[in-house]
Design a protein around this ligand. Structure first.
Ligand code: IPM
Ligand code: MG
Length: 367
């Protein structure tokens, strides 16, 4: 059988640096675990705009549809701020999500013991935290029509539309329930059913889907109260399911509970392909961090852990994903810190590639 295929879109800013460390880990799996991948690389975001005048070339889009999984670094940077909205780097990412129909965005927020002091919250609030936000990723206000800026009388009006069909809510709810079954059997759905009709429908459909998952304890929360509860006592949650925009906000909030955005991976999953694997894109939650790009300061862990998610969700290799996650944990426990994780006096930061070296050494030690 052919090797599974990976398309690497490293993107902009620190994307290429952190992805370089992932490439070494992919090679390690080929050499040491007999898991060879066919890896190809292409451009996305500002890098694609510079080369082709578009943040995602049609050929790249077509390739993304064919491969078993896409690994993405980050997109964007100040160089592209003045570009027209339609060709901004972010549009490349949004097109991938939409056209691959990656409706379930899994964003774990896990607090590593070694970093519990790092959170802006008290240690006992975050120590041992392990929650998963499932964000709907292909609909809602990000894509709803009508949208635009129109003239009305003597002024302009900015318009976006929050829109959800029952089937869109149903499928992301099922993904969240399935995940909850593999974790702590608890799901909290967040919307604004007190002010939005789309929220009323969201709550109704999630409740209906819940009847198929009687083992899972389902609760509902208004998204604003959810944000408050996430900062008050995040450990009350296991899996959270929410829409595209609330998920964008709540996942940044949850990420920061763990101390650093540089630690958090994500998986964006769609429907199963002919070979049974879901359409999938894996990317760190952090952005392109142009202020530190090219200096060897970036933390590659979020991108490395995104590959761990690929092992688990695309390649049915949960044991190997655990191995990689444990290697990262080990490296942190040993005191290795990139600059974003510094706080303790007297600790010298490691570079991006030294962090990669350390993870590879821990992987070797795991054999
Ligand atoms: C995210 C990002 C994106 C989003 C941007 C880069 C378009 O914030 O993945 O959370 O808003 O979805
Ligand atoms: Mg975001």
């Amino acid at each position: 059988m052919a090797n599974p295929s990976l398309l690497i879109l490293a993107g902009d800013g620190i994307g290429p640096e952190v992805m370089a460390e992932v490439t070494r880990i992919i090679d390690w799996y080929g050499a040491k675990r007999g898991m060879a991948f066919d890896v190809s690389e292409d451009l996305v975001g500002g890098a694609a705009y510079d080369a082709h005048g578009t943040p995602l070339h049609d050929d790249t889009m077509a390739r993304a549809q064919e491969v078993d999984a896409v690994l993405l670094g980050a997109v964007g940077g100040p160089k592209y701020d003045a570009l027209d909205f339609s060709v901004k780097p972010e549009r490349g990412l949004l097109r991938l999500r939409k056209e691959m129909d990656l409706y379930a965005n899994l964003r774990p927020a896990q607090c590593f013991d070694a970093l519990a002091d790092f959170s802006s919250l008290k240690k006992d609030v975050v120590a041992g935290l392990d929650i998963m936000i499932v964000r709907e990723l292909t609909s809602g206000v990000y894509f709803g029509e009508p949208r635009g800026i129109i003239e009305e009388g003597n002024e302009r009006v900015g318009i976006n539309t929050q829109r959800y069909t029952e089937s869109e809510i149903d499928r992301v709810a099922r993904s969240a329930f399935e995940l909850a079954m593999r974790r702590g059997n608890k799901l909290c759905s967040m919307e604004k059913a007190n002010v939005m009709e789309s929220g009323i429908l969201w709550r109704e459909v999630v409740t209906r889907v819940g009847a198929d998952y009687p083992e899972v304890e389902l609760s509902h929360m208004y998204a604003d109260a959810g944000a408050m509860q996430l900062t008050r006592w995040p450990k009350q949650f296991d899996v959270i399911v929410t829409d595209n925009l609330f998920g964008d906000l709540l996942s940044d909030l949850a990420a920061m509970l763990t101390g650093s955005l540089g630690m958090l991976p994500s998986a964006s999953l769609g429907a199963p392909m002919a070979n049974g694997r879901p359409k999938a894109l894996y990317e760190p939650v952090h952005g392109s961090a142009p202020d530190i790009a090219g200096q060897g300061k970036a933390n590659p862990i979020a991108c490395i852990l995104s590959f761990a998610m690929a092992l688990r969700y695309s390649f049915d290799a949960g044991g190997e994903a655990d191995r990689l996650e444990r290697a990262v944990e080990q490296v942190l426990a040993d005191g290795k810190r990139t600059a974003d994780l510094l706080g303790e006096e007297g600790v010298e930061p490691v570079t991006t590639s030294q962090m990669g070296d350390a993870v590879l050494a821990a992987l070797d030690a795991s054999l």
